[in-house]
Ligand binder design. Sequence first.
Ligand SMILES: [Zn+2]
Length: 73
Amino acid sequence: MKKIFAAVVAVIVMTTAFATVLASSYVGNAKTKKFHYADCSMVNKMNPTNKVFMNSREEAVAAGYVPCKRCKP
Ligand SMILES: [Zn+2]
């Protein structure tokens, strides 16, 4: 039974981690200091090392990021 319990816990932890990534609805570019909706086409072209995930627009603005002119977050 202990093995089953460990497996269930592992699934819950993974699901929570995945949900956290999905909850980051905004992505900032550390290089250009612009932020985008996570589904903006610019995000796909962005260098992964420059990506900064954010949960809210306020968080992005407070960090000094400006909204992207294309997706207007
Ligand atoms: Zn954008």
